[in-house]
Design a protein around this ligand. Structure first.
Ligand code: PEP
Length: 254
């Protein structure tokens, strides 16, 4: 049976109270029978760190749902004002962590070596990393998409044993498609997903999941997910409204 992940990245939106209200509306509006997801379907929420505990608590006992952190620092503890560590995220209820999101790479100057350290910290804390990779528009236009994505995979994952790689989910998120309203076509996404899958298989991870992200919406989600190379979607803007997100999950999960 096909496994599909619907991952919601709330970015810098929704404090704890709003997060609780969001989830109440989401469960009401998604019209999931008994609040349960269809078999093989998972929904992951990545709230801002301050709302992590509220989200994790609201999801207790709901199978197929999990809360994750949008970012962690690689040290487990210490004098790093403003950062949170993977163990702290876990203590707040996180079970997954985004690593190398394009906004971290391009707005906050995260380099490949940082993603490598963060990924190690996430695995060390027994959390599931969701590694984001993707090219800029200039890189795509120069024909360098697969080189860039392969470089990002090599940096974050290249030296890991297969058992660790199996824990990793990859999100292909072309930078030019994030928050722009311009999504990759299912065919373009599938081509990159195939290359990522090949790379993972060559490194011993044959069953890792690969999500697509970049302006996924209620309008295009079904068409994108009809492409079997996509094991799910990572969604920013269209996940912020609980009714829209509930409808997106309900209408495309089956
Ligand atoms: C994201 O934040 O990972 C993302 C894909 O954003 P959006 O859906 O808004 O393009």
């Amino acid at each position: 049976m096909r496994q599909v992940v619907f991952a919601a990245n709330w970015k810098m939106h929704l404090g704890p109270e709003e997060a609780r209200a969001y989830l109440k509306t989401f469960f009401e509006r998604s019209r999931l029978p008994d609040g349960r997801l269809p078999e093989g379907c998972e929904v992951w929420f990545f709230p801002p760190a301050v709302s992590l505990e509220a989200v994790a608590q609201a999801l207790v006992g709901r199978s197929g749902f999990l809360a994750g952190a949008q970012n962690v620092y690689w040290e487990p503890k210490g004098a790093f004002t403003g950062e949170i560590s993977a163990p702290l995220a876990a203590a707040a209820g996180a079970r997954a962590v985004l690593v190398g999101h394009s906004e971290r790479r391009h707005r906050f100057g995260e380099i490949d070596a940082d993603t490598e350290r963060k990924l190690s910290a996430v695995l060390e804390a027994q959390l599931l990393p969701l590694l984001c990779v993707g090219e800029t528009l200039a890189e795509r236009e120069a024909g360098n998409t697969l080189d860039v994505v392969t470089r990002q995979l090599e940096a974050a994952l290249g030296r890991r044993p297969p058992a660790a790689l199996q824990q990793v989910t990859v999100a292909y998120e072309p930078v030019w498609a994030i928050g722009t309203g311009r999504n990759a076509t299912p065919r373009d996404a599938a081509e990159v997903h195939r290359a990522i899958r090949r790379w993972l298989a060559e490194h011993g991870a044959k069953s890792s999941r690969i999500l697509y992200g970049g302006s996924v919406s209620l309008k295009n989600a079904a068409e994108l997910l009809a492409e079997r190379e996509l094991d799910g979607v990572l969604v920013g803007g269209a996940s912020l409204d609980p009714a829209t997100w509930g409808e997106l999950v309900r209408s495309t999960a089956a």
